[in-house]
Design a protein around this ligand. Structure first.
Ligand SMILES: [Zn+2]
Length: 428
């Protein structure tokens, strides 16, 4: 072959490679944009958000050519969940607070309607003094806990106060109608399968002029659903060896809506991981592989790893046939590389992924840590299925809040991360 031909061929090869990378990231972007759009309602338990996302993922599985393991890709299960589908009004005097930006409601809260005077807690000595103070109120009121003024409390006293507030919230207390806490940290929401007696709010303090003479007005409606139905989405790619299976998983649920006007997009957590999972499926479909691969988009991770818990109790492929599980969450940054949970347990595999990374110069850092029950790999790990849980590091601070949006998700290291995972899966 002449050198001109070699040059032309290598340009074509580079163009093909460049083009396929561009397609990968374009596909990921499109997927993340769809999954974190308002139409998916935060992929939670309001307006069928989780089911809309599930249907979208199942459609993608089908068009990629993954096989269902039953009549369809869905593995359904039920659980209880508290939700806030409609009214979410909170006023400090005449100031209307914005849900998600100015305040959060504790996910286990019941609804509340009405106007209330406040009792502001700026110091704490013991439970008796607190109870006496609260019992002296003859009308319904809201307890405002000023954690800024309480910042000098000892660790022990702080924990004691927190435990007492939790008890009030669980059981109710005298004329107490709600608890409002000044947040000293960023607002971070979560979900709840249970319902408690008192509503509890976290507010960004100081901006609303809340004082001893303030009136707080609420109109909040909750909906507690005893048997909510959700679905893991499961697709299969048979390889030469069907006795041994590699599992690639990522949860698709997020926190849903907090009232009509506020939703949690969950672009990084975990539309990004689902996009990576789908992208790997698209790629692996065309590659000769010794092992079969099972792709699972788990439901209900955010409220207690429920989808993966259901799967390990009702596996469609037996757990002892799983050679390795790779769980992906928060795949959308990577400025500071990736972190591998269980990396210090499966050291040979950790060395392998590190070597691949160094060889091809893909990510700035591949970090290791021990076991942590912080995502869906946990149930598998506890049943002796070898697993890694990988998340990207650096980039944005948005997490479990209204700022985890597609528009600001950097996807800095997506291409390198995609290649590293692909090469690692094929090396297993
Ligand atoms: Zn997550």
């Amino acid at each position: 072959m002449t050198s001109v031909k070699i040059a032309v061929l290598s340009i074509i090869t580079v163009l093909i490679a460049w083009n396929s990378n561009a397609q990968d990231i374009d596909y990921a972007k499109k997927t993340i944009e769809i999954l974190s759009s308002a139409k998916m309602h935060g992929r939670g338990y309001v307006k069928n958000g989780d089911f809309k996302a599930a249907r979208f993922i199942a459609k993608e599985f089908k068009s990629i050519g993954l096989e269902p393991l039953s009549d369809n890709y869905f593995q359904g299960f039920d659980f209880s969940v508290n939700s806030f589908p409609s009214k979410m009004k909170f006023k400090v005097d005449d100031n209307l607070l914005s849900p998600g930006y100015d305040f959060l409601i504790d996910p286990a809260s019941p609804g509340i309607k009405g106007s209330f005077p406040v009792c502001i807690l700026k110091e704490y000595s013991n439970l008796n003094a607190l109870v006496n103070r609260l019992n002296s109120r003859k009308e319904s009121f809201v307890l405002v806990v000023d954690w800024f003024s309480l910042s000098d409390l000892s660790e022990e006293k702080r924990n004691e106060l927190k435990a007492n507030l939790a008890r009030f919230q669980r059981n109710g207390f005298s004329k107490l109608s709600a608890i409002v806490e000044y947040s000293t940290e960023k607002l971070t929401w979560t979900g709840s399968t249970g319902l408690l007696s008192l509503p509890r709010f976290t507010v960004k303090a100081s901006e609303f002029g809340l004082n001893e003479n303030s009136t707080l007005t609420f109109n909040v409606k909750n909906k507690f659903r005893k048997e909510y139905h959700s679905n893991n989405i499961i697709g299969y790619l048979p390889g030469e060896n069907t006795d041994s299976v590699i599992v690639l998983s990522a949860h698709y649920d997020h926190l849903g809506r907090m009232g009509k006007g506020c939703y949690f997009p969950g672009a990084n957590d975990n539309a990004s991981g689902v996009a990576m999972l789908l992208n790997q499926a698209r790629e692996l479909k065309h590659v000769k592989r010794p092992y079969s691969i099972l792709f699972i988009a788990f439901a209900a991770e955010e409220i207690g790893l429920l989808g993966s818990g259901y799967y390990v109790a009702h596996p469609l492929i037996e757990l002892d046939r799983i050679k390795f599980l790779l769980n992906l969450d928060l795949a959308g940054t990577g400025d500071e590389g990736i972190q591998i949970v269980n990396g210090s347990i499966h050291t040979a595999l950790f060395s392998k992924i590190q070597t691949l990374n160094r060889r091809d110069n893909l990510l700035t850092k591949v970090k290791t840590r021990g076991a942590a029950c912080n995502s869906d790999h946990c149930h598998f790990h506890e049943r002796n299925v070898p697993s890694f849980f990988i998340y990207t590091l650096g980039g944005i601070k948005a997490y479990h809040d209204v700022y985890d949006r597609y528009e600001t998700l950097p996807l800095t290291a997506y291409d390198g991360y995609f290649k590293l995972l692909n090469r690692f899966i094929l090396s297993l």
